[in-house]
Design a protein around this ligand. Structure first.
Ligand SMILES: CC(C)=CCC/C(C)=C/CC/C(C)=C/CC/C(C)=C/COP(=O)(O)OP(=O)(O)O
Ligand SMILES: O=P(O)(O)OC[C@@H](O)CO
Ligand SMILES: [Mg+2]
Length: 248
């Protein structure tokens, strides 16, 4: 079978983004999974990200197991820490927090995950994670004790993204922060996309059709929505007519 990373690369060539839902295991229990998946299957969402900045140990695995029981869509772990690892998922976004200067999130958590990953079949994808100012203090900032990059310094954002690519990151995630007041602006997405050749994921604060259209127009390779679905499961219905790649 082809790797999910190769599918992401293939999709990039189509210039149409993939749409992912982010599920925070602290906010969804296994009983809610069937109804959620049913709605998702009627929408263009093709990837499920699972993770949170603070998740209790032991809750991620049963949730992923329940998801895999009800859907064929791939589950990508998007973990805030090593306790969120489970072999029930398909892919691990192996994050390094490029925007911060906290060694625990640059290399500490990555080393701590090796005893688990050594015997794991998860597809591990090195992902440079860049926090950008989304207009409010987010959980990720608090947990990592780091500041996001200011939107006024596009050159710094581009240089950070390029450094990630040169280090060997295979994906970049531009993050305005869960529940951000404003999503990553299209100028920033465009600037990064011109700077690097690896796929670019964008998320944080996308909760309207207009914001989604903006991210699509900027040619983000994958768009992630979490809070909008947490607040209203019917948000799936607003996605019907968007130009989005429906399969991965
Ligand atoms: C390599 C391993 C095992 C883990 C990576 C550890 C790193 C570098 C994490 C990056 C920093 C971090 C804490 C990212 C969290 C990403 C995430 C899942 C954000 C979603 O945030 P929510 O937890 O939904 O925030 P709210 O609770 O405020 O909605
Ligand atoms: O919850 P929202 O604001 O949609 O953000 C999704 C994701 O980028 C958070 O890490
Ligand atoms: Mg959240």
């Amino acid at each position: 079978m082809m790797s999910y990373y190769n599918l992401l690369i293939q999709n990039k060539e189509k210039n149409t983004p993939l749409l992912a839902v982010l599920i925070d295991p602290d906010k969804m229990n296994v009983k809610q999974v069937p109804a959620f998946v049913e709605k998702m299957h009627k929408s263009p969402v093709s990837i499920i990200l699972v993770g949170g900045s603070t998740v209790l140990k032991g809750v991620t695995e049963p949730l992923v197991k329940a998801l895999k029981k009800h859907t064929q869509n791939p589950v990508f772990l998007f973990p805030g820490d090593v306790n969120q690892l489970t072999n029930e998922a398909d892919v691990l976004l192996f994050l390094m927090l490029l925007s911060g200067r906290n060694p625990e999130y640059l290399i500490g958590q990555q080393i701590a995950s090796v005893p688990f990953l050594r015997d794991s079949a998860l597809e591990v994808i090195s992902t440079g994670y860049i926090l950008l100012d989304g207009g409010k203090e987010t959980a990720t900032m608090k947990v990592t004790h780091t500041h996001p990059l200011p939107l006024t310094d596009i050159q710094l954002i581009k240089d950070t993204a390029k450094a990630g690519e040169l280090i060997g990151n295979k994906l970049l995630y531009l993050e305005a922060g869960s529940g951000a007041n404003h999503p990553v602006p299209s100028e920033v997405i465009n600037a990064v996309r011109e700077e690097v050749s690896i796929p670019v994921i964008v998320g944080g604060g996308i909760r309207t059709e207009a914001a989604l259209l903006e991210a699509i127009k900027s040619k983000a390779d994958m768009i992630v929505i979490g809070t909008a679905f947490e607040q209203d499961i019917n948000f799936f219905e607003t996605l019907q007519n968007l130009v989005i790649s429906k399969t991965i």
